[in-house]
Design a protein around this ligand. Structure first.
Ligand code: MLT
Length: 271
């Protein structure tokens, strides 16, 4: 793990393993800890980097409103600090929104792309209003509100209680201001549907087969719109498919990443 000084904030990131670089971008309202299993599974043959976005995990809050583009700037700054020219970028849900912004801002840094339980569309006007109401609730009552409201939709009904407790812990460890800031940033995010046809790097789209937040048809349509993209369902998993079925998720991700090694920058850990 390491820390990066960025925009006046101390940003925490995971940094494990050696080899071609893989950048893992976390979901809302989680943190880089959600990727612990993937980092351990991949670290024998890949260098895994995963930031905590500002106000999440062990990262400081930023003293300014955020946007998905600002989070993408942070992701690029982490690649710079790690001396990684090109990484495979893996974004789950909010992490996917950030990955789309990375493509806009620094396309040449994205050697391959995995879009997991995410969508290219922006929020509807009603969705934006609901985000603002949730942001107020979080500011008033803290991140427990998020755990109570969101947890049932983040995993499938069959998810084990221990997994739900782990996710609840990750959620409630975040700063309420960080979560409220991210809610407002997600509400303002752009619609990338029209840009999908321009994605030129190898792309994998993953979706938990019990994801009730990302509609199956929308995820398949997104994959169909990206030239050459592969779509794969993760069995027995809800929205947080990497946490609920890490075995299937990691197998699909590794099979994809193994084919992309020559497209990615290889650096020793921490260097
Ligand atoms: C996430 O998992 O990151 C969230 O469900 C994204 C969102 O609320 O749009």
């Amino acid at each position: 793990m390491g820390f990066l000084q960025w925009n006046g904030a101390r940003i925490h990131f995971l940094d494990k393993g050696e080899g071609p670089a893989v950048l893992l971008l976390h979901a809302f309202p989680l943190s880089s800890s959600m990727w612990n299993k993937q980092a351990n599974d991949l670290k024998d043959t890949f260098r895994v980097l995963a930031p905590d976005f500002p106000g999440f995990g062990k990262s400081d809050l930023l003293g300014q409103p955020a946007t998905m583009d600002l989070y993408a700037q942070l992701a690029v700054a982490l690649l710079d600090a790690a001396k990684v020219e090109k990484a495979a970028v893996v974004g789950l849900s909010m992490g996917g929104y950030v990955a789309f912004e990375m493509l806009e801002r620094a396309r040449d840094r994205v050697g391959a792309l995995a879009l997991c339980d995410t969508r290219a569309t922006g929020d509807t006007p009603d969705g934006r209003k609901a985000r603002e109401a949730t942001a107020h609730a979080v500011e008033d009552d803290g991140c427990t509100v998020l755990a109570e409201r969101m947890l049932p939709n983040l995993v499938s009904p069959a998810a084990p209680p221990a997994l739900k407790r782990d996710i609840e812990k990750m959620i409630t460890e975040n700063s309420s201001d960080g979560a409220a800031t991210a809610l407002r940033a997600m509400a303002q995010r752009r619609d990338f549907t029209g840009s999908l046809k321009d994605i030129a790097c190898p792309t994998l789209v993953l979706l938990g087969d019990h994801d009730t937040i990302t509609p199956l048809a929308e995820s398949q349509a997104m994959a169909n719109a990206i030239p050459g993209a592969k779509f794969e369902l993760i069995a027995q998993a809800g929205h947080l498919s990497s946490l609920e079925n890490p075995k299937a998720f990691d197998a699909a991700l590794r099979a994809f990443l193994d084919g992309q090694r020559s497209r990615l920058t290889s650096t020793p850990a921490g260097g």
